[in-house]
Design a binder for this molecule. Structure first.
Ligand code: GLU
Length: 449
């Protein structure tokens, strides 16, 4: 039997191996989505005729460039920079920049692909994009980070713009880096415009952008629980990561009465059975702001136990929130969560579950939400920042928080609508189908050149 996307290939896997060799993360993301949307494509001749899936199975454009920059010692280092303009059918490309040694075309293509569906789910007019560099900021001085950002923008500026592509932050790119990138953009182009989101509030940044992804994760979790007449109050929560998403998810969960008992970094996990408090979370944030600082020092400051090299998934809890990075939760960790009676797994990171883990969680009788739905709050507030930059009218934190609540509520509703099967909600299926429909309709309506 011929695989319907391409007469030359027998399966999606063959197709991807041929068109995108050696890109395992990208294949993983595409295969997952395809499993859910194939029936939708098969039911819609217009989607098939326009070959929509093949057009979504590769980026519209991928830019790769050299970033030469000067260290404090005066030597010149060369990193590689990228911008993947994945799909622009519903709006200018939009998505974060990641600075991490693991950054490569496979990682950025999977992130751009996921971002395309996530952005569609927000209901705001944003296409999908992603970018970054294999630059490792760990152990670099502030001046080196500033020079790297400036060098990166020397090339990136020609590919972005408020009506073209609007980057933001992602792993290792936060408010400080966005400030340096924006400064470089302004100096190079002499334009003050909304070309990046996540800016400082004194120069066009939205209130609540820093908190938005983590808070949004908890708003989404709350919706899932409320649908079962339950809530986060009193629940034990394990969280991985110690960055923006993890710490603001922890903060909102604690505010709503949950007991958050873990955080983690690349060195290991802290387990604090007493639960995190606002003070402890503030400490983690300022401690992790020092380049290369390990979370291990938490135990000296507050007690609890340190588990070197471990993830949090072995700690018994009601709710698990993977908020660190891709493929951080594997099949055996998923089994442990299920064995421990975890009732909900909600993804704060992008594709934190391996394909095996995902399969185990989706087929179990628990609540499980994919990142493209649950972590969409960050890019949603980025979308609101774009609007505020257009009108040059900032909104208050309360206004933004209310809009964020509404957007997460709407994403939850559309996942329920598209993903309900035999009375249970498959949030992954719901998110994939709802995101796909919107982008696919726009692709069809715009024809080809
Ligand atoms: N990096 C974030 C994400 O994965 C935010 C992107 C943005 O705000 O453009 O959605």
């Amino acid at each position: 039997m011929t695989f319907s996307l391409s007469p030359k290939h027998d399966s999606l896997e063959d197709y991807l191996a041929d068109r995108a060799p050696n890109q395992p993360e990208f294949h993983q993301a595409v295969v997952e989505v395809m499993g859910d949307i194939k029936p939708i494509i098969d039911q819609h001749a217009a989607f098939k005729d326009a070959n929509v899936f093949a057009r979504l199975a590769e980026p519209e454009r991928m830019i790769s460039f050299q970033v030469p920059w000067q260290t404090d010692e005066g030597t010149i280092e060369v990193n590689r920079g990228y911008r993947v303009q994945y799909n622009g059918a519903i709006g200018p490309y939009k998505g974060g920049l990641r600075f991490h040694p693991s950054v490569n075309p496979s990682i950025l293509k999977f992130l751009g692909f996921e971002q395309t569906f996530k952005n569609a789910l927000t209901g705001l007019p944003m296409g999908g994009g992603k970018g970054g560099s294999d630059f490792n900021p760990k152990g670099r001085s502030e001046a080196e980070i500033m020079r790297f950002c400036s060098a990166f923008m020397q090339e990136l500026h020609r590919h972005i713009g408020p009506d073209i592509d609007v980057p933001a932050g992602d792993i290792n790119v936060g408010g400080r880096e966005i400030g340096y990138l924006f400064g470089a953009y302004r100096r190079i182009t002499n334009r003050f415009q909304g070309v990046l989101t996540g800016k400082g509030q004194s120069f066009g940044g939205s209130a609540m952008r820093t908190q938005a992804t983590g808070f949004g994760v908890i708003y989404f979790l709350n919706q899932m629980l409320e649908a079962h007449d339950d809530g986060v109050e009193g629940k034990r929560v394990i969280i991985s990561g110690a960055g923006n998403v993890a710490t603001y998810a922890a903060q909102k969960a604690v505010e709503l009465g949950a007991r958050v008992i873990t955080l983690s970094d690349s060195n290991g996990t802290i387990h604090d059975p007493d639960g995190l408090s606002q003070d402890k979370i503030d400490w983690v944030r300022s401690h992790k702001a020092q380049s290369g600082a390990s979370l291990e020092a938490y135990v000296d400051a507050f007690g609890g136990t340190w588990h070197s090299g471990d993830t949090p998934w072995g700690v018994e809890a009601d709710i698990a929130l993977p908020c660190a990075t891709q493929n951080e939760l594997d099949g055996s960790a998923a089994k442990t969560l299920l064995k421990n009676g975890t009732m909900a797994v909600v993804e704060g990171a992008n594709m934190p579950c391996t394909a095996d883990a995902k399969q185990a969680l989706r087929s179990a009788d628990i609540l499980y939400a994919p990142g493209k739905a649950a972590n969409a709050g960050g890019v949603a507030v980025s979308g609101l920042e774009i609007s505020q930059n257009r009108t040059r009218r900032p909104e208050t934190a309360d206004e933004v928080d209310e809009a964020l609540h509404q957007i997460m509520f709407d994403i939850h509703s559309v996942c329920v609508e598209e993903g309900t099967r035999d009375g249970a909600v498959d949030y992954t299926k719901g998110a994939n189908i709802a995101g796909f429909r919107k982008v696919a309709d726009a692709i069809v309506m715009q024809g080809v050149g």
